[in-house]
Design a protein around this ligand. Sequence first.
Ligand code: NAD
Length: 256
Amino acid sequence: MNLNGKIAIVTGAANEQGIGYAIAKKFLEYGAIVTITDVNPHIQEAADRLQAITGRPITGIQLDVTHFNAMSEAISSIRDQYGRIDIVVNNAAVNIPGDSIEASLDEWDLHYNVNVKSQFIMSKLVTPIMRQQRYGKIVNIASVNSYIAEKQLYAYIGTKGAVRQQTMADALDNAPYGININCIGPGLVNTGFNDPHHDKVDGGRDEVMKHITEINPSGRAVEAEEIANMALFLASDLASGCVGGYYPVDGGYSIK
Ligand SMILES: NC(=O)c1ccc[n+]([C@@H]2O[C@H](COP(=O)([O-])OP(=O)(O)OC[C@H]3O[C@@H](n4cnc5c(N)ncnc54)[C@H](O)[C@@H]3O)[C@@H](O)[C@H]2O)c1
C-alpha cells in the first residue's frame, strides 16, 4: 500500500496527540504530499515537527474550516501548486459538553458549522476538481457517537450522526466519477478532545481509564495511529470498492 505522489489535505491537525496529526504523519510515511490545516495558530509548528520526524516536506496553513472564502483560496492555491487534489480528510471538530438546556444557541451553531458545514464546504470545493480528475478519496472522521448516544453531548452527537449521513449522500453523488467517500468511527482516543466531557461527567480522564476494560472489549483506549491506519487504507487504491461506508475503529465499544 502506498500514497506515492498523492496530494493530500488533512484538516484539524495541529495537536500532536491528535488524530489529524497522526493521519498526516502516516500519509507522509506512505509517500503523500501533505498539507495540514487548523484554526490553531500552532499549525506551522506541527508541520515543522512532522517534517523533522518524517524527513518529508509538508505545508501547514492556519485555516478555519467554516470560512468559505478562506477555504476556497486555500484549495485553489493547493490545486494551482500541484495541479490536482487526490485525498481530503475532514477531521476538524469541536466538542463542548452539555445537554440541550445547557448548550447555548451559539455553541450549537458552532458544532454544526465546524463538524458538519465544513464538510459541505470542502466537498463543494474539491469534488469538482476530483470529478475532473475522475479520481479522489474523501475520508470524514465520524465517531461511535454517530450511532451511540452518551450523556451531556447533545450538540456533538447530533453533528456526528449528520457526518455519517452526509458521507452517504456525498458518496452516492460522487461514486460515478471515481471518487470514494467514506467515514471512520473512532472510539475513545486519548487526544485531550474528550477531557472537558470526562471532567464534567466522569470525574476526569484518569477515572475513565480505570474503567476502560468495561468500556472497550479490547481493554484499552484506541491509539490515534490506529485511526490513521484506517485512514491510510481508505485513502489508498486498495479501498476502491468502498463507497459511503462507516468503518469503526473503537476497540469493540460499539459491538456490546
Ligand atoms: N478523541 C476521541 O476519542 C474521538 C472519538 C471519536 C471521534 N473523534 C473525532 O476525531 C477528530 C479529531 O479529534 P481529536 O480527538 O484528534 O481531537 P483534536 O483536538 O486533536 O482535533 C480537533 C482539531 O480541530 C481543530 N479545529 C477546531 N475548530 C476548527 C475550525 N473552525 N477550523 C479548523 N480547525 C478546527 C482543533 O484546533 C483541533 O486541532 C474529530 O472529528 C473528533 O470528533 C475523536
